[in-house]
Design a protein around this ligand. Structure first.
Ligand code: NAD
Length: 273
C-alpha cells in the first residue's frame, strides 16, 4: 500500500500518515521501529529536538536505501531555543544530528510568549534559503497564527496540534482551512485512551477494522494528517492500513460528535513556559 499525500499551499506533497517518534528514547528500539515503518511503506517521520532521537531518524533513513527525496522529515525547535538567532542555531544542530542537508518541515514546538513570532521569522528565513521545504508551527491557536500573519511574508503552511475524537478542534480546523494551513494531528489516537470508546467499537465492527484504524481513517476523511506512535511492528502496520475502505458520512459525523474538548497534553496558552 502506498500512503496518499496532501498538497500543501506551496505545492509540496506531505504524506497523510507518518510515524510519530516521541518517547522513543531507547536507541535500538527507535531504530527498529523507524526501520520497520519505512519497510512497510511509511514515508514520513515526525521527530523533534526534544525527543532526543534525531540521530536515529537519520540512521534509519540512510539504512533504508530509500531516496532521501521520497522521505518527509519533520523536526521542531524546542522552547528553550526560541527567538530568531537561537532558532537558526537550533536548526543547525538538528540538521547535523539528522545528518541531512535539508529538512522537509520545521516547526516551532510551542508558541513561547514574546518569542514565537521571532522563532517563526527564523523559520521563514530557513525556507527562503531552501534549507527547509515547508515552514510551519505546532501548538498554535488562532490568535498565535493571526499575530504571525501580520509579521511574516510567508504564512505557516502546517499547524501540528493535539487532535482526536475527544478533542476535535473544529473552530481551529475551520480557521486553518480558510487560511490554507494544513493540519497534522498529534496524539491522533488520544494516546491510546479513546481505543475503548463504545461508539468507535461499533463502527469498527461494522467495517471489520480496529478502533485505531477507525480513528485514523476519521482523521484522513476530515483532511487531517496524522502521526500515530508505536514501537510494535504489528501496530505500525495496522495503523497504515486505512486506505482500503471508506466510512460513511454518518459514521464520520458520529465520531465528530464524541468531542469533549479533552486534552491529553497542555493547552498552548497554559504551558507554564
Ligand atoms: P498517540 O495518539 O499516537 O498514541 C500513542 C500510543 O497509542 C502508543 O504509546 C501506543 O501505546 C498506542 N497505540 C498506537 N497504535 C496503536 C494501535 N494500533 N492499537 C493500540 N494502541 C496503539 O500519541 P502520541 O505518541 O502522544 O502522539 C503521536 C506523535 O505526535 C508523537 O510520537 C509525536 O511525534 C507527536 N507529538 C507532538 C507533540 C507536539 O507538541 N507537537 C506532542 C505530543 C506528540
Amino acid at each position: 500500500t502506498s500512503i496518499p499525500t496532501k498538497r500543501l499551499s506551496n505545492g509540496v506533497e506531505m504524506p497523510y500518515l507518518g510515524l510519530g517518534v516521541y518517547k522513543m528514547t531507547n536507541s535500538e528500539e527507535a531504530l527498529n521501529a523507524m526501520t520497520k515503518a519505512l519497510e512497510l511503506g511509511y514515508r514520513a517521520i515526525d521527530t523533534a529536538a526534544l525527543y532526543n532521537n534525531e540521530v536515529e531518524v537519520g540512521e534509519a533513513i540512510r539504512a533504508s536505501n530509500i531516496a532521501r527525496e521520497e522521505i518527509f522529515v519533520t523536526t521542531k525547535v524546542w522552547n528553550s531555543d526560541q527567538g530568531y538567532d537561537n532558532t537558526l542555531k537550533a536548526f543547525e544542530t538538528s540538521l547535523k544530528k539528522l545528518g541531512l542537508d535539508y529538512i522537509d518541515l520545521y516547526l516551532t514546538h510551542w508558541a513561547v510568549p514574546d518569542k514565537f513570532v521571532d522563532t517563526y521569522r527564523a523559520i521563514e528565513r530557513l525556507y527562503e534559503e531552501k534549507l527547509i521545504r515547508v515552514p510551519g508551527v505546532s501548538n498554535h491557536h488562532e490568535h498565535h497564527l493571526e499575530k504571525i500573519s501580520t509579521k511574516a511574508n510567508v504564512k505557516p503552511m502546517v499547524d501540528q496540534i493535539e487532535l482526536h475524537p475527544y478533542l476535535s478542534q473544529k473552530p481551529l480546523l475551520n480557521y486553518c482551512k480558510v487560511n490554507g494551513i494544513a493540519v497534522t494531528a498529534w496524539a491522533p489516537l488520544g494516546r491510546g485512551k479513546i481505543l475503548e470508546d463504545e461508539t468507535i467499537a461499533k463502527i469498527a465492527a461494522k467495517y471489520n477494522k480496529t478502533a485505531a484504524q477507525i480513528i485514523l481513517r476519521w482523521h484522513y476523511q476530515n483532511d487531517v494528517m496524522s502521526i500515530p506512535k508505536s514501537v510494535t511492528p504489528s501496530r505500525i502496520e495496522e495503523n497504515m492500513n486505512i486506505f482500503d475502505f471508506e466510512m460513511s458520512v454518518e459514521d464520520i459525523e458520529a465520531i465528530d460528535g464524541l468531542n469533549k474538548d479533552l486534552r491529553t497534553g497542555k493547552d498552548p496558552d497554559n504551558f507554564n513556559f
